[in-house]
Design a protein around this ligand. Sequence first.
Ligand SMILES: Cc1ncc(COP(=O)(O)O)c(C=O)c1O
Length: 425
Amino acid sequence: MKSYQNMSREELLQEKQSLEEAYKEFQKRDLSLNMARGKPSKAQLDLSMDMLTVVDRDTDMDVAVNVDARNYGGLVGIEGARELIASMVDAKPEQVVMGGNSSLNLMFDTVTRGMISGYLGNTPWCKLDKVKWLCPVPGYDRHFAVTEHYGIEMINIPMTEDGPDMDMVEELVSSDPAIKGIWCVPKFTNPQGIVYSDETVRRMAALKPAAPDFRVFWDNAYCVHYLYDEVKIPNILELAKEYGNEDMIFEFVSTSKISFAGAGVAGIVASKANLDDIEKTMTVRTIGHDKLNQLRHAIFFENGAKILDHMKLHADILRPKFEVILETLDRDVKELEIGSWTKPQGGYFITFKSLPGCATRIITLAKEAGMVMTGAGAPFPYHKDPEDAYIRIAPSFPTVEELAVAADLFTVCVRLASVEKLLSC
Ligand SMILES: Cc1ncc(COP(=O)(O)O)c(C=O)c1O
């Protein structure tokens, strides 16, 4: 295969014609494919069905001192659930407060608390003229939606292979007191699947913020979501403690992509001072979360002991899906020099980076041939990808057979959009 970069205009025109024919063949197939959202597949959800029967009328409901799982009370969660969440991120159960069914919900509540009440006695952000937030890009669209919802000014931070550009983060955080937070997905980032290096985690823990209420939002959504071997990163709370920064970290964890998406359990891991602060608001917000679901999770996963074995079952389902996409890209795109892509060792996504100015066109072409992909610009604050180049591929939900077709169609769309672009230059 010859690189498109080295093709003459005539060769490109010829390539365009044959790609248009291939594309029309896909259109005739009346396909209905979806690689848009990172949802577990049915086969993955089936792995946890026994959870629905581990709690029954004979179960001991008095799961911690004075807490009956069926009744109000036990705001911070039952012991087994706190142990489960702690086990996933090498924390201690007493560092965990359980939320409800979603970590995003906990993140939203935590930003809300900064806005309305202020952290640990600091001025609520709603009383300030300006609040800013650092957003490593590409990143998770729903993070950006939370900060956008509150009118917080979002600043793009480029991602490197080791995580966010820490020179830029350090410079901004230490000089601007209006910067109150940073979104981080430290392991298998959404959407690139990058793992922060030990050095990045250490530098993040050692930040010297100008704002006393600056917080690192450490969304460890994919902490145990390995496709191959286990990958360890340092425990940021422990590191932050060494730097006197213990209160600077909020870590979020959930079982959404371990048990049932949207019906799992979630927790926040933080310093004692922060946890006390959180509880003060939580006690107004709810009399308690769903402890029966916490109990189901604690029993099914043996307070965390079974998580890694369970994740291997997920990996067996997910691995071939990632591989079919990656193999197709290697086969049909690699030598053409019209894009690059990540090869994640875990998580839920692959990111394809096209030639500048091609992402919207590729996604439109895919849609018009029956394949829905995450919208161009979605992994950026305000939906604005300055290069119009990043495309998030979510291979978890379709079957391997569907993905094989999806990958073929995707490469045709990438090639066609790239040829059009090169011809227009
Ligand atoms: C990085 C990240 N954080 C959080 C979530 C949502 O998690 P939850 O279901 O616990 O709200 C997702 C879901 O895609 C995610 O990718």
